[in-house]
Design a protein around this ligand. Sequence first.
Ligand code: HEM
Length: 269
Amino acid sequence: MFFHTVIACYIVGSFFVMGISAYHLLRKNEVDFFKKSFKYGLIMALVATTLTPFIGHKNGTYVTSVQPAKGAAMEAVWETEQGAPFHILQIPDPDNERNLVEAISIPKLGSFFYTNSFNGEITGLKDIPADERPPVNLVFYSFRIMVILGLLFLAIAWYGFYLDRKDKLIDSPKYLKTTLYSILLPYVAINLGWVVAEVGRQPWAVYGLMKTAEGVSPISLSQIIFSLSGLVIFYTILIIADVYLLIKYSKKGPDALEGVTEGGMKHVS
Ligand code: HEM
């Protein structure tokens, strides 16, 4: 989880650098500077997006072994099965404990994804008491979209590498626009990952030992409202300041560095 989360943050950072560089390259601002910064972002994106599916897979097999209900919900597996297939197209129907659609299936791949063995056994949700299952749809779709985004980031990074090798990066406005419009997507993927991890282990706070409901502290509603409002107000102010500064300095480009010495100290003029 630690490595997956840290590398996910590198994807956020690298896509941010590529997107802002693309913004300036599209306007032909400081082309040499932003070509270079795009490449720095691209190198990081290539490493991070290539590692992510492997580390994510390792995460998936581990989490399925210790939190089987989460693994079953991530893939909407209802029956315990050995050598389970992977359905590229799948629509779960939790009310009827089945999948409404299972199409374009690849034999045994589901078992491989979750157990590292093509004949491994995946525990189905029907073998887990109904009150010990997480909300299937939320976990399933969050997981699917996170993985689809991960594959999209991989494709964007490697296509960028291909264009760069051909020296066609700045002559590809469509590609530059794609990277610009992709800036927010890694943030979405990170939050979906968090939903998978946290909603996926419900109703447990400590899996199999202590339910989340048992962890509720005996505090009053007014205390909760007070602390929650404080957090919401504080983080709203922070995010407004953060977005404002990011946009301001991203638009400025290298001009933002005016008056900055090599050591990073700003001259007071
Ligand atoms: C490409 C394929 C991917 C796979 C197979 C994968 C797999 C997983 C799995 C199995 C978990 C749940 C782990 C647990 O509950 O212990 C997880 C969580 C997470 N994933 Fe992914 N993931 C992928 C892509 C991504 C991408 C592209 C991002 C973001 C850029 C991302 C960010 C996260 C985060 C932040 C968490 C949870 C962190 C937390 O605990 O709050 N993942 N991922």
